[in-house]
Design a protein around this ligand. Structure first.
Ligand code: AMP
Ligand code: ZN
Length: 135
């Protein structure tokens, strides 16, 4: 993808603050961090979202997310950690190259990452579980 900014960053064509790199991924600091140390895992190959990412690379990406969370927590002394991954505009994706957000959290960081809880009826929950549980 010649016009994808994350392709260029992941492959080193555009400089970034890289905190980890291997054969498949580059991990960079987010330029608009939710909190100190907010980083992004970028695959070096272009995949638009999790639906396009092959399963073996998905496994590698999320294993890396766990390892980065451990390492970043050790180094930053954060109090908590969010791992966020958006797919599609409706879900808040703004850069259409798969990425995982690694967000260290601090007790006083003033951020809110969450949702407004709904109040579905028992019937609605039953119906949703039925649909999702079917093959
Ligand atoms: P999302 O909304 O999940 O697509 O996240 C995109 C993220 O990329 C945002 O947190 C941006 O701050 C971040 N971002 C956009 N451009 C750059 C860039 N050139 N370098 C680092 N982070 C970026
Ligand atoms: Zn790309």
């Amino acid at each position: 993808m010649s016009d994808c900014i994350f392709c260029k960053i992941a492959n080193g064509e555009i400089p970034s603050r890289t905190i980890y790199e291997d054969d498949l991924f580059r991990v960079i600091l987010d330029l608009g961090p939710a909190a100190r140390g907010h980083a992004l895992i970028l695959p070096k190959e272009h995949y638009g979202n999790i639906y396009e990412l092959p399963e073996d690379k998905t496994a590698r990406a999320f294993t890396l997310a766990k390892r980065m969370a451990e390492r970043m927590t050790d180094k930053l002394g954060c109090d908590g950690f969010n791992i966020v991954q958006n797919n599609g505009e409706t879900a808040g994706q703004t850069v259409f190259h798969f990425h995982i957000h690694l967000i260290p959290r601090y007790s006083n960081d003033g951020q809110k990452i969450g949702w407004n809880p709904g109040k579905p009826s028992e019937e609605e929950l039953d119906e949703t579980a039925r649909i999702l549980g079917e093959d």
